[in-house]
Write a protein that binds this ligand. Sequence first.
Ligand code: EPZ
Length: 417
Amino acid sequence: MDRFVIAGGRPLCGAVKVQGAKNSALPSIAACILTGEPVRLRNIPKLTDIDVMRSILHSLGAECEWEGDDLVISAERINDCVIPENLMREMRSSIILLGPLLARAGRVVASYPGGYAIGSRPIDLHLKGLRALGVQIEDEGRGLLRAHAETLRGADIHLSMPSVGATENIMMAATLATGETIIRNAAMEPEIVDLQNFLNAMGAGISGAGTDCLSIRGVTRLHGAEYAIIPDRIVAGTYLLGAVMTRGHVTVFPAPPDQLEPLLAKLREMGALVVLDGSGVTAVGRGRPKALDSVKTSPFPGFPTDLQAPLLAALCLADGTSVLTETVFESRFKHVDELNRLGASIKVAGRSAVIRGVDRLTGALVSASDLRAGAALTLAGLAAQGITVVEQVHHIGRGYASLVEDLRTLGAAIERI
Ligand code: EPZ
């Protein structure tokens, strides 16, 4: 298994280009199943999660090939509607194929997504929304679900919580339903807006994305399109936090400030200088970061759960004690023990972590449990004195297309071996 070897103690300085957003790319690739015409998706990051999605589309009978940073997808024929169990277990978010397959082919067999390192992540809201559109769903046993729908009809759906995936699944299924669908308490993430814009480029009739109420006017068919997805705000935020932790200065571009605002507010509270110029954002670390009395993750426009681990790593070095509460996932603190091995002083109580800032971290051998934990440990290694080895770094490749190269561009001493 690959590992990172990091010689810490050097400030990150410079500018890096931000990859396309993983959490836009995955639903957008799934949405291509809604039409039999070719689609070109631009700015797609080269990630292992994208490879998994490509394999699933191939297994369904669609073509999905790279042309540079573009994915050219043609789902002219859908020969099969079974999502392979091994691929479903490898990537839980493949559940967002349910909506498009049901809308296009009227049937799908899938396995319940495997447990995830960050919690059980049920799919009850996805199934409830699809049933409201007229989908029949049976539990086949053996962890398999079988769903079919003669026709999909619009419905007024209220989500009990603003689930990103459930909003996306229902939205995609509703594009080809008869009549109008309303989704209330919908997720408001920028990736939902991106998916709306892509689907509308294919001829859908969606409005309201970015608010908590979406309206989808069903149409009879969707056509091909070319579309460039938005930059990855989580990757951008990871690098900006790295600047604060290593007392350097990092510019990320393109980086729409409105998508990063929840993080930028915290960087300012921690004493960093944040500069917005044109298409980029710069964070300048100014001495030891200040502690944050109380910060909690929540659905957009709250502080994003995907930056919880990198923020927690930064708070390890803060001047004072911080309290960070994870309200989105029930167990997303697996990085705490590993950060403590680097000399941090963190205690977890239920959904909150109490971080007593220390003035230095010391290099050690640590292990990544999941994608964002791996990014956090890498940042901590950059700020620590001495050598840090991060194991299980394959998790990081799920979401960061060029972490080592980007960090080396910023002056880090990091090797992947
Ligand atoms: C998306 O996951 C992202 N993944 C996650 O990013 C992100 O952390 C999450 O949204 C929250 O922003 C993709 O977009 C591919 P949810 P998703 O449905 O859709 C519960 C990363 O690191 N829930 O909003 O799975 C669930 O258990 C990944 O890039 C139900 O209870 O997130 C969780 O506690 C990690 N029932 C909470 O809602 C459901 O039917 C948020 O889940 C669905 C979800």
